[in-house]
Design a protein around this ligand. Structure first.
Ligand code: GLP
Length: 244
């Protein structure tokens, strides 16, 4: 596990964008696994600026997002499809027909999840998976539980996640109670993983996830078992981390 600790959010965003760009430079037709949340917004802004400046192209990239709320159409401004369009897809030269998110409005969620896994497999697997970190250690929407769920699956969100994400909705009752997420197995199969986290609020979960025991109650701790993980943090998020 490689740790990159930067002075501030802008530094974290820049260094994270560099990691993504190095994968795209190596293989223009790579498969990126992408994440939502406030943390990667600055990284996406760097990618969009670099594409506009002609430093990088996403024209041949395929992407798969980690997760989506159940019941929100892509036109809903809190859906993750909408987030990705706003923050990245509409700002770069990616072919939108090659951008994939789980369909949270599918009638048969289980079948949709199986199809999502098959599409990732058919694309050759994920070369780089970007991850944010929930305050309870969730990655994607893999909430703390008694086991590590393996494939893409529907999930009931915990009260703490609903509360944390309610800041983006008009009212807490508007936050969907369910989501669809890549499983821990889907994430662990990615060839390379990039985790981003910033701010004091993430300091204790960063320390727990990356230096504590590997347990499903802290889903991100499983990343300690992956052979190629880069964690990009600002100083505040790294403040409880004892790497000695
Ligand atoms: C959400 C997303 C996660 C994200 C997490 C942290 O629940 N499903 O993928 O990593 O929250 O979000 P933020 O970056 O806003 O702290």
């Amino acid at each position: 596990m490689e740790f990159i600790i930067t002075d501030d959010y802008d530094g974290m965003s820049r260094r994270a964008a560099d990691v993504v760009e190095s994968v795209v430079e190596d293989d223009g037709a790579c498969v990126l696994g992408l994440a939502t949340g406030s943390t990667p917004i600055g990284m996406y802004a760097c990618l969009a600026a670099d594409q506009a400046a002609g430093k990088i192209s996403f024209a041949d990239v395929t992407s798969f997002n980690l997760d989506e709320y159940v019941g929100l159409a892509g036109t809903h401004d809190q859906s993750y499809r909408y987030f990705m369009d706003q923050n990245l897809f509409d700002k770069v030269d990616i072919d939108k027909t090659r951008t994939n998110l789980p369909d949270g409005c599918a009638e048969d969620l289980e079948a949709m999840c199986a199809d999502y896994e098959a599409r990732i497999r058919d694309a050759g697997g994920i070369d780089l998976q970007v991850l944010g970190l929930g305050h309870n250690g969730h990655i994607g929407f893999n909430e703390p539980r008694a086991d590590f769920p393996v494939p893409t699956h529907p999930v009931d969100l915990t009260e703490s996640t609903i509360e944390a994400n309610s800041r983006l909705f008009d009212a807490i009752d508007d936050v969907p109670r369910q989501a669809v997420t890549m499983g821990i197995g889907t994430i662990m199969k990615a060839r390379k993983i990039l985790v981003v986290a910033n701010g004091e609020g993430k300091a204790s979960i960063v320390a727990k996830a990356f230096t504590g025991p590997v347990v499903p109650e802290v889903p991100a701790s499983v990343l300690q078992l992956h052979p190629d993980v880069t964690v990009v943090l600002d100083r505040e998020a790294a403040s409880a981390l004892d790497l000695a």
